[in-house]
Design a protein around this ligand. Structure first.
Ligand code: PGA
Length: 240
């Protein structure tokens, strides 16, 4: 099946780390599967300790564009690196929406992450009305041009691109296998095969196997179902 990434985005939810980690680590029996946990900032220190003797890697959910300075309440990529992170999600649609983040901001965040040796998980995806207007490919292409293309020359093999149709996030609606394949093939054509491209949006244990079996899908970014240790463990099993 090729190497697959299964990434948990806990969003603004607090979970019981030891119980989750134990169930997930037990499911991780295949070297060809990487699991990444992105908890809230306040759980990073505890997560670093709990994940220490497991193969599960640590990530965060956002970082600032600057490495330090007068930015009350913000967190820099350097701080995340020091907290044991290897990954950071940037440009999630919830942040683009609620915090008015533009593709330019997302690029700067990805660059800040890469400067610290963190791999950015760069989220892109279209709205439902854009898909209805047959604009999905144009929207995603534009996001890649602005937020991803400038990174490719130096960092193609260090970035993860997460295709997350916004209408599929937290809704239980999932694009068809054909729609996922079409978009992933377009993205791969634009960025090349060195970059990892994962799918996100209502991934659950019962649809994960079919999605993960696609050659153009290098993994999944999981929100809601990642809060349930058994559900997330079963998604990992579906990647094996
Ligand atoms: P969901 O979230 O799995 O709950 O749809 C995915 C995401 O927002 O990354």
């Amino acid at each position: 099946m090729g190497h697959k990434y299964v990434i948990a985005n806990w969003k603004m939810n607090h979970c019981v780390l030891p119980a989750w980690t134990q169930a997930v680590a037990m499911a991780l029996v295949d070297d060809e599967v990487s699991a990444v946990l992105c908890p809230s900032y306040t759980q990073l220190a505890a997560a670093q300790m709990v994940l220490q003797n497991t193969p599960i890697l640590l990530g965060a959910q956002d970082c600032h564009t600057e490495q330090k300075g007068a930015h009350t309440g913000d967190i820099s990529a350097e701080m995340l690196k020091r907290s044991g992170c290897s990954y950071v999600i940037v440009g999630h649609s919830e942040r683009r929406d609620a915090h008015y983040e533009s593709d330019e901001d997302v690029l700067l965040k990805a660059q800040a992450a890469l400067a610290q040796g963190l791999s950015p998980i760069i989220c892109i995806g279209e709205l439902d009305e854009e898909r209805a207007d047959a604009q999905a490919q144009a929207v995603v292409s534009a996001q890649i041009e602005l937020a991803v293309k400038p990174l490719l020359k130096d960092y193609a093999d260090e970035i993860i691109i997460a295709y997350e149709p916004i209408w599929a996030i937290g809704t239980g609606k999932v694009p068809t296998i054909q729609e996922i394949t079409q978009m992933h093939e377009l993205i791969k054509k634009m960025v090349g095969n060195e970059s990892v491209v994962v799918y996100g949006g209502s991934v659950k244990p019962d649809n994960a196997r079919e999605i993960l079996a696609l050659e153009s899908v290098d993994g999944v970014l999981v929100g809601g179902a990642s809060l349930d240790a058994q559900a997330f463990a079963n998604i990992i099993r579906a990647a094996s």
